[in-house]
Design a protein around this ligand. Structure first.
Ligand code: NAG
Ligand code: NAG
Ligand code: NAG
Length: 356
């Protein structure tokens, strides 16, 4: 009897140990599952530098475009580097976006190297050169998409971000060319300093900042400035061109469709588009606000600005652009409308296409 009681007692203990291990293991597995589920989609940081109240609207329309075309629901983190007096207004307007879309954001103050601080601030445009110093300003960020304020996503930001996957071991950054044509390119005709290829445009840039910090990129920028300061016309973009001329193995070249500018269509169509489609629009030289020819740039900007998140993008965004460009004066860029709207339509108008 005594012996039996011992056995029963041991069995009970074994049973409880078993139950304990079983449930613990199970909950560990559940946690792992959730973590993995969340990790399947990358966090995509998108950085923009905002100086001057006039740039606030543009940068918010850029953010809106990224949110509209983020149809795969990647978690976007907008890193906004702005003059202190703009922080509040930007925060307020992003709060409004957050009632419709899930994303995170951080707003930071401008920060330039102590040495030559005033010069860096004023180089080319107010604070444009800030992008050269993002690696030290954002020590917590591995990699990001940098865009100028006058850039709009008309395809998923993830499509752009995916270029990181094709970087080789040396590459720290991805950019598109300033020009596709030696005879009409600005750098090939006018630059008085070295440049990469036919010249690079820095309006859309992928930056692997872990690598930039590792090779001490920022320290290499200062001597370039000292040496070439009297030859620089486009400020930090020229500095990047000189840098990548000296280190051509460190740049990953992107297609022009990821940084599509009026120059690509206004005279002749000179950007060879894969899938026949523009992915990212860059309305440089004020084209998002110009009423004249090549109106399509302005109409895309205006339609995204006016669009309301809950509305159907096919009717209230894409059709709006089509109608307005249709009414505008005929021009080379306007004629390209189907190249601009190919992905938006494929993304948002599939249903209507099937019917018609
Ligand atoms: C995964 O994401 C969900 C929804 O955003 C969140 O509630 C949950 O805490 C996340 N889990 C982990 C382990 O991060
Ligand atoms: C944000 O994400 C949460 C959790 O995934 C979800 O419940 C909520 O509906 C989302 N909000 C919007 C506006 O999409
Ligand atoms: C950036 O480079 C680091 C170091 O080589 C690498 O570990 C990291 O995965 C890269 N980031 C991306 C997004 O490719």
């Amino acid at each position: 009897m005594k012996f039996n009681l011992k056995l029963v007692f041991s069995l009970i203990i074994v049973f409880f140990i078993y139950i304990f291990i079983y449930f613990n293991l199970n909950s560990t597995i559940t946690v792992l599952k959730i973590e993995n589920e969340n990790k399947t989609k990358d966090l995509i940081p998108i950085a923009v530098v905002v100086c001057g109240i006039n740039r606030v609207d543009e940068s918010l329309v850029m953010i809106k475009s990224a949110l509209i075309f983020n149809t795969e629901n990647y978690l976007l983190n907008f890193v906004i580097i702005a003059e202190d007096q703009l922080h509040e207004v930007i925060n307020e307007r992003l709060k409004n976006f957050k009632t419709f879309k899930n994303f995170t954001h951080e707003i930071l103050s401008l920060k330039f190297p102590q040495k030559n601080q005033e010069i860096w601030k004023k180089l080319f445009k107010p604070c444009a050169s800030q992008r050269l110093f993002l690696p030290s300003l954002l020590p917590h960020v591995d990699s990001l998409i940098y865009v100028d304020c006058d850039v709009l996503f008309i395809s998923s930001p993830h499509k752009l971000y995916n270029h990181f996957k094709s970087f080789n071991h040396d590459q720290i950054s991805a950019l598109a060319l300033e020009s596709e044509n030696r005879n009409t390119g600005w750098y090939t005709r006018f630059a008085r300093h070295p440049y990469f290829g036919l010249g690079l445009n820095s309006g859309v840039m992928l930056m692997n900042m872990t690598r930039m910090r590792k090779i001490k990129f920022e320290e290499k920028i200062e001597p370039i400035y000292e040496k070439w300061k009297n030859q620089l016309v486009w400020g930090d973009q020229d500095i990047l061109n000189i840098y990548f001329h000296n280190n051509p193995n460190e740049v990953h070249l992107m297609k022009c469709e990821y940084n599509y500018r009026p120059d690509h269509c206004m005279y002749t169509s000179n950007c060879d588009l894969s899938e026949g489609s523009v992915k990212i629009v860059h309305g440089n030289r004020g084209y998002f606000h110009k009423e004249g020819k090549q109106r399509i740039f302005r109409e895309i900007y205006m339609a995204i600005d006016e669009y309301k998140f809950n509305d159907d993008p096919c009717t209230n965004l894409i059709k709006v652009i089509e109608e307005r460009v249709d009414e505008a004066e005929i021009s080379n860029c306007n004629e390209m409308i189907n190249k601009f709207l190919y992905i938006p339509k494929k993304t948002f108008c599939r249903h209507t296409n099937e019917i018609s």
